[in-house]
Design a protein around this ligand. Sequence first.
Ligand code: PAF
Length: 281
Amino acid sequence: MTQILRTRAELRAALANAPRPVGLVPTMGWLHAGHRSLIRQARGENPTVVASIFVNPRQFNRAEDFTKYPRNEDRDVQICATEGVTIVWAPPVEEVYVPGFDTTVSVGAISRPLEGAARPGHFDGVATVVAILFGLVGAEHAYFGQKDAQQVMVIRRMASDLALPTEVIACPTVREPDGLALSSRNVHLTPSERAAAPVIHRALLEAAAQWRMGERSAEVLRETMGRMLATEPKALTEYVSVADSLTLAELEHVDRSALLSLAVRFGPTRLIDNELLEWRA
Ligand code: PAF
């Protein structure tokens, strides 16, 4: 039976005697097959699984995006129950940011480029809420999607620097059959934008294939992604990046493992995706 809890106290009490290890799946709700795969991995590795459902106001840099974020708690709880989640923690905002709350967790260099540059303050919001969740749940393992590759790196840095005992586990991106990465934001796409959006994955695959064929110029790979995205009139490219996979510094020559990543707007909807190029000496 899945328990639905709302307060910090209820969560602590429920976890006091829970079988270990505990796996945590932090979410903002509107669960899709990507979340299901995180929960399944957590279930396979932990007798106790906690899924949090909290649309975190601090990680939205536009109030409108927070208001428009899709929500359906009943459906989310149903999915969690079907997937065998032990505890759903769905708190009101004042149970996360308790009265007087006055702390921001701000991760350094790794949070500055790419999404950090495009969405000022976003990663402070993410790192702060995830630090609270790690503190409250005290899980051995926490599961995040590789689609948000920079988010995973920011959270790993935060957990390691603050000596939090939770291991951060990145899980593969789940895609629609046409390659579009699953995201809660996909719901905002109009039918024609939805039809156009798989160009994102095609751009990543094309650059990755070029790299596998021996192309080592990062600029050529960026141009390849940019050219592919430009074939789709509904796609407005925000950035394309070929960066060191450990530091996220933009590369000139891809002579180490690299992360291809991009952010593209379709109307008001902003989508991101990435592909890891693994260097084997
Ligand atoms: O990836 C998300 O859904 C959110 O950024 C997270 C990790 C749940 C923090 O609010």
